[in-house]
Design a protein around this ligand. Structure first.
Ligand SMILES: [Zn+2]
Length: 293
């Protein structure tokens, strides 16, 4: 099973899906997880130069990937350079590059940020751009030569068939209060690893995020202090989503952007799910409606 996590920034993965990746890694020998980061990370810092910030953040993500045993890819434009961070709007280059990276990995599942349905919900512009890009490119995944201008084909009469994955949205901290849940994964057994992976992102958790002051994050002296802060973050999320706050959860919603799965497939493929028959019945009804059954 291959899972591709697509998000805007270095460190997004650790806060929404790192625990689920770890549970898959522990329970499925055939699991391959890849984290695709769509911006170069250089903009959000208050005392480092942009060049240094980009370099530091790349190294931080590589350190996290080594701990978590997942593959890491920085998305590149057709000309080979990464996409700039902050307030970028949807471009054909972004769609083309996503299309190429998704086709190369051929995932069974894509996890990506959500599009807010409530216009009063807060957003991070990069998160919304990535969500919109995944949605717009989803149908094109199995359209060969879709971006010939950006990626010329040697022979347009030769085409490779690529499976269209199931696409799910993650939790998004920027739209707190407007998040939803179809599937809740209990990631308590992976809490320690999630803490160590997120601890790799020092330029975020101990420098930028406390300074920007929008994330309930203050500088922490050591890993144990960070674990306590991460724990209260998980507790806040659990209360928001109506889940038991004494354990850590990661939540996902299913989209019809890609292949529409059956409920049984999801229950089989997702580890350590919160057993909520009512929520799962609502999901079953939604999936049946989408697939015309
Ligand atoms: Zn982000």
């Amino acid at each position: 099973m291959r899972v591709l996590h697509i998000h805007a920034h270095f460190d997004d993965f650790e806060f929404v899906a790192a625990g689920t990746f770890e549970l898959w890694r522990q329970t499925r020998p055939e699991f391959r997880g890849r984290v695709l980061v769509c911006t170069d990370g250089r903009s959000g810092h208050q005392f480092r130069t942009r060049e240094e910030t980009a370099r530091v953040r790349l190294a931080e993500q590589e350190a996290s990937a080594a701990l978590g045993g997942y593959e890491f890819e920085l998305l590149k434009k057709p000309d080979g350079r990464p996409f700039e961070e902050a307030c970028r709007t949807l471009t054909t280059d972004l769609l083309a590059s996503l299309w190429k990276s998704i086709r190369e990995f051929e995932p069974d599942y894509i996890l990506c940020p959500p599009l807010p349905t409530d216009p009063q919900a807060g957003i991070h512009p990069d998160h919304v751009t990535v969500a919109e890009a995944v949605r717009r490119v989803a149908y094109m995944i199995n359209v060969p030569h879709a971006f010939l201008g950006e990626f010329p084909a040697a022979d347009e009469t030769v085409s490779r068939w690529v499976k269209t994955p199931v696409i799910l949205n993650t939790y998004d901290g920027y739209m707190a209060g407007a998040n939803a849940v179809d599937l809740a994964v209990e990631v308590e057994p992976a809490f320690d690893l999630v803490a160590r992976e997120s601890w790799c992102h020092q330029s975020q958790i101990n420098e930028w995020l406390p300074w920007v002051a929008r994330h309930h994050i203050e500088p922490t002296a050591d890993l144990d202090a960070w674990k306590a802060r991460l724990r209260s973050r998980f507790q806040r999320q659990a209360r928001e989503m109506g889940l038991p706050a004494d354990r850590a959860w990661e939540v996902f919603t299913v989209t019809a952007w890609g292949t529409v799965p059956g409920l049984e497939q999801l229950l089989r493929d997702f580890p350590a799910l919160h057993q909520d028959p009512e929520r799962h019945e609502r999901l079953r009804t939604k999936l049946r409606r989408w697939s015309g059954h």
